[in-house]
Design a protein around this ligand. Structure first.
Ligand SMILES: Nc1ncnc2c1ncn2[C@@H]1O[C@H](COP(=O)(O)OP(=O)(O)OP(=O)(O)O)[C@@H](O)[C@H]1O
Ligand SMILES: [Mg+2]
Length: 617
């Protein structure tokens, strides 16, 4: 498929039309000329033949052959169109002719006129002369013979050829002029179109407002005018749009700046900021939220808020979400204990837009683990202080009570002794024995009280703990055997040396072994082990029994002074309190691990004595 330009099309049309007209004119003129000349040729031949017949009649009748010959020869010579002329008598014999080489035999009998014919015409085709019009005219109605004149078409053809040449040249000139005119017209017509195309391309490339100069005042001029208006309107609209775009871009930049500022503020906040959309999904979270929640942002975003909470907290969070949705201005603060000893304080605030449309929920989270742990530590410290103060107070009271009671008690014991001596050895007085026994018990209690209240550093020496344990067990071993308690001891192989007051540590060991024995009234197994952990500078002692054990209520208060579960008169409740005090005075630690019915393990940790380096001189 050819893509021709408008100009080419106009030129092809114009030139084609003119060429067609040219051809038609040539053909028509040639045809008309040919017809006219042929008719003229025939008329000429007819006139010449008639004239010859008129002049030949009496020559034939008088048989003046020479004159006749001259006559036909003159005729041929007088007109170049006449190819030949001859005269025949009434029997058809040729009397005179113009053929130089004799009368051609094939011409005899051709175009013989009838007596009634005024003339007769026949076209003969010859090789030399081409078409020849043979015109025969009878003389005296055929009684004197006939004359034949042959008129050739040579001149006609020459004339036609000449005219055709002239017409062709003129046609070519016309065609040339037509070509020029077509080029001019096509240029005139297509020039504004080309200008319009050029301008349209410029507009397409962004050069709006391009104008085209209207050179004509016709339809194309109108088109150019409309185009110019359209271009100007486009430029105007473009300016309006560009201005609008500029303002939108500025607004976007401002919004972006605001958003970045807001984002920077949110990210710089110590509190974790999480925004939950109306569908309950997290749509925004800051870096602090990632840190506090311990989850990366990509794992939080688009996730339902409920899925980010442990199962036990979901019902509570779901309720908060429901309330936030229903109540504009709803705000609530909740504290939550999280795994790994973390604590979070979360503030939930509902966000409602214009018309009260629920937009979502802002969740501010603080990691209050440190604060809670600090508070817990402070509470423990306060409890410890309170305990210490209580112990000091109890110690002071105990010391003062012991001091006050000790003197009258000594008097009672002394007087009881004197009364017994006054009565003599034989006198039995059971009540006096009871008084003496109870007074003795009171003294023991007083001793315990004094032991509890006494806060002395004692005499500390580098002692082998294993030796102290053996000594203590030697004192009580007999009782243990009587109670059916099997004793097992496992001592640290070496280095169980600690700077201790031997009496005090022995008192501790005896108290603990006694407690264990009391917990196994029907016998059992008592195990004592010592060891020195390689990575610590401590000596560890464990007293393990498989006795009745302690419930949490007893365990919590076991170290409290005067707390005892034993029957009145059986225990003072000072044993463990004294043990704790002594161990702590030795900068050690004492712990109890016990379960009811599972036995009890008391663990003591004492600072280990530094290794002595002996040097020999
Ligand atoms: N090994 C143990 N097994 C079970 N309970 C124990 C054991 N050691 C201590 N207890 C409990 O702790 C309480 C307090 O003990 P603590 O030694 O302070 O006083 P006590 O033994 O009752 O009296 P005291 O020591 O003056 O004889 C005991 O009454 C007992 O209930
Ligand atoms: Mg005890």
């Amino acid at each position: 498929m050819f893509h021709l330009s408008l100009r080419t099309k106009i030129m092809i049309c114009c030139i084609g039309l003119v060429a067609l007209l040219d051809i038609m004119v040539v053909v028509f003129v040639r045809s008309r000329l040919s017809t006219t000349l042929r008719a003229e040729c025939l008329t000429k031949g007819q006139n010449l033949a008639c004239h010859l017949a008129a002049r030949s009649e009496h020559l034939v009748l008088t048989e003046e052959v020479v004159s006749l010959q001259r006559l036909v020869q003159d005729l041929e010579d007088s007109d170049e169109d006449v190819t030949y002329a001859y005269v025949t008598d009434r029997k058809g014999r040729v009397l005179a002719h113009t053929f130089a080489h004799g009368f051609p035999s094939d011409l005899a009998g051709v175009n013989v006129p009838q007596p009634d014919d005024a003339w007769r015409w026949q076209v003969l085709e010859t090789e030399e002369e081409g078409l020849i019009h043979d015109v025969a005219v009878p003389m005296l109605r055929g009684k004197a013979g006939a004359v034949h004149v042959g008129v050739t078409e040579k001149r006609i053809h020459r004339t036609i050829a000449h005219f055709t040449g002239v017409i062709v040249i003129m046609s070519a000139l016309v065609l040339l002029i037509a070509f020029g005119l077509a080029a001019l017209v096509s240029w005139v017509v297509t020039q504004p179109v080309r200008s319009l195309t050029k301008a349209a391309r410029k507009i397409r490339d962004g050069d709006l407002g391009e104008q085209v100069v209207a050179t004509t005042k016709d339809e194309i001029g109108d088109l150019v005018e409309s185009f110019n208006q359209m271009s100007a309107e486009l430029l105007k609209q473009h300016k309006v749009l560009a201005d609008r775009n500029r303002r939108i871009r500025m607004a976007q930049e401002q919004a972006e700046e605001q958003r970045n500022k807001l984002r920077a503020i949110i990210d710089s906040m110590v509190e974790g900021v999480v925004f939950v959309d109306a569908e309950g999904r997290i749509s925004l979270c800051n870096e602090s939220a990632e840190r506090i929640w311990g989850v990366a942002a990509q794992d939080l975003l688009n996730k339902p808020l409920l899925d980010c909470h442990p199962p036990q907290a979901r019902a509570r969070v779901a309720e908060i979400l429901e309330r936030a949705k229903a109540r504009p201005g709803y705000a609530v603060t909740r504290e939550m204990a999280c795994p790994k000893g973390h604590y979070r304080l979360s503030n939930y605030s509902s966000v409602h837009g214009q018309g009260g449309r629920y937009l979502g929920l802002v969740l501010l989270t603080q990691d209050i683990s440190e604060r809670v742990l600090l508070e817990q530590g402070q509470k423990a410290l306060r409890d410890q202080l309170f305990q210490q103060e209580k112990m000091v107070l109890i110690g002071q009271i105990a010391a003062s009570v012991a001091h006050e009671v000790n003197t009258p008690l000594a008097t009672i014991l002394l007087r009881t002794h004197l009364v017994r001596r006054q009565i003599g050895d034989d006198g039995s007085l059971p009540d006096l024995d009871v008084i003496a026994a109870e007074a003795q018990r009171c003294r023991r209690i007083i001793d315990s009280l004094l032991g509890f209240a006494r806060r002395s550093e004692g005499v500390r020496a580098r002692m082998n703990v294993n030796v102290l344990i053996r000594k203590s067990l030697a004192l009580i071993e007999h009782d243990l055997v009587l109670k059916g308690i099997a004793l097992e001891a496992e001592y640290a192989s070496d280095g169980a040396l600690a700077p201790v007051d031997a009496d005090q540590i022995q008192q501790v060991l005896l108290n603990l072994v006694t407690n264990a024995a009391d917990a196994m009234p029907d016998g059992g197994r008592l195990r004592i082990t010592t060891w020195c952990p390689s990575q610590e500078d401590t000596v560890k002692i464990q007293i393990i029994d498989d006795g009745c054990g302690m419930g949490p209520d007893v365990l919590d208060r076991a170290f409290d002074p005067f707390f005892t579960t034993k029957e009145p008169g059986k225990g003072t409740g000072l044993g463990l309190a004294i043990c704790q005090r002594i161990v702590e005075e030795h900068e050690g630690q004492i712990d109890i691990d016990s379960q009811p019915g599972q036995g009890t393990t008391v663990s003591i940790s004492l600072p280990r004595a530094p290794v002595e380096v002996t040097t020999s001189d």
